[in-house]
Design a protein around this ligand. Structure first.
Ligand code: SAM
Length: 280
């Protein structure tokens, strides 16, 4: 087949592939969007690329042309023979038939030095997969992904905005976010109901703030945002620290307990977490 004009619709038709909605199968049919992911990820000849969910290989083929190697992880067994056939001319392609949520990325990366994750993600796995990747400590440089707009807005949100919350803080603790572009439903087959965004997360050398206990920081953030629209004071009651000690911790952190969680920067959350943790 002509690999310069790899056409999603033709491949789907040729193999009589049936879409599974529950697997988030919305394949890209817009070449410009495919190239915007590849260019946004800045894939070059040194790069080992990990792709989650190759579908029929629309994005994969463009990355194979530029990267040293592409390893794609696909859960749908019906797509495996299609990908093997369509991409057989590429000796830098590796296919793993597995649930991406069960992959040990640290092991997969091994000794590779320049590692990039890129994907048009199945939207139902976005949050758990990104959390797993960021928290794993795996040494990738960046994640460039197409995700639903609403989730991208939350990842990229700044304090005092409607979208700011625990996802913004988790992502920005580990990475620098950069929105690349918005993508309309008409760029996919079948069309998703929502708008999408290509976003890039550049992994920071070390987390944005230093804390005594990372888990405690995220417990605090979770509790505070579970109490959205309430004061910080309402959010910290279940952290296992007494009222008098909590009062001292707020004073030492120089943070007013009447403030709401959505007004705090990550640096302020880090100070507050450390001061409260000292009384545990
Ligand atoms: N990359 C292709 C494209 O852009 O046209 C397909 C993208 S489609 C949004 C998501 C792909 O992820 C599908 O091929 C789906 O089967 C696969 N997928 C869904 N859940 C997965 C999981 N847990 N692990 C790995 N792949 C998964």
């Amino acid at each position: 087949m002509d690999l310069t004009n790899y056409k999603t619709q033709d491949i789907v038709k040729k193999h009589g592939f049936n879409f599974t909605k529950s697997l988030g199968q919305n394949f890209l049919i817009d070449k410009q969007v495919v190239m915007d992911i590849v260019d946004g990820a800045e894939i070059g000849p040194e790069d080992f690329v990990i792709e989650i969910g190759p579908g029929v290989g629309t994005l994969t083929v463009e990355m194979l042309k530029k990267a040293k190697k592409v390893t794609s992880i696909e859960i749908d067994k019906d797509l495996i023979p299609i990908l093997e056939e369509e991409l057989k001319d590429y000796d830098n392609f590796e296919l793993i038939h597995k649930d991406a949520l069960k992959v040990n990325f640290d092991e997969l990366i091994g000794e590779e030095k320049s590692v990039k994750v890129a994907a048009n993600l199945p939207y139902y796995v976005t949050t758990p997969l990104i959390a797993q990747l960021l928290k794993s400590g795996a040494k990738f440089q960046s994640i460039t992904i197409m995700i639903q707009k609403e989730v991208a807005d939350r990842m990229d949100a700044k304090p005092n905005t409607r979208d700011y919350g625990s996802l913004s803080l988790m992502v920005q603790y580990y990475a620098e976010t950069k929105v690349i572009r918005t993508v309309a439903p008409s760029s996919f087959m079948p069309r998703p109901k929502v708008e999408s965004i290509i976003i890039r997360l550049d992994r920071l050398e070390k987390p944005r703030v230093k804390v005594e206990n990372e888990k405690f920081l995220f417990d605090l953030i979770r509790d505070v945002f579970n109490m959205r629209r309430k004061t910080l004071w309402n959010g910290v009651k279940n952290l296992g620290v007494g009222k008098a000690d909590l009062e001292k911790a707020f004073e030492e952190a120089n943070i007013d307990p009447k403030r709401r969680g959505e007004t705090l920067t990550i640096e302020e959350f880090a100070i507050l977490a450390d001061k409260i943790y000292a009384y545990k």
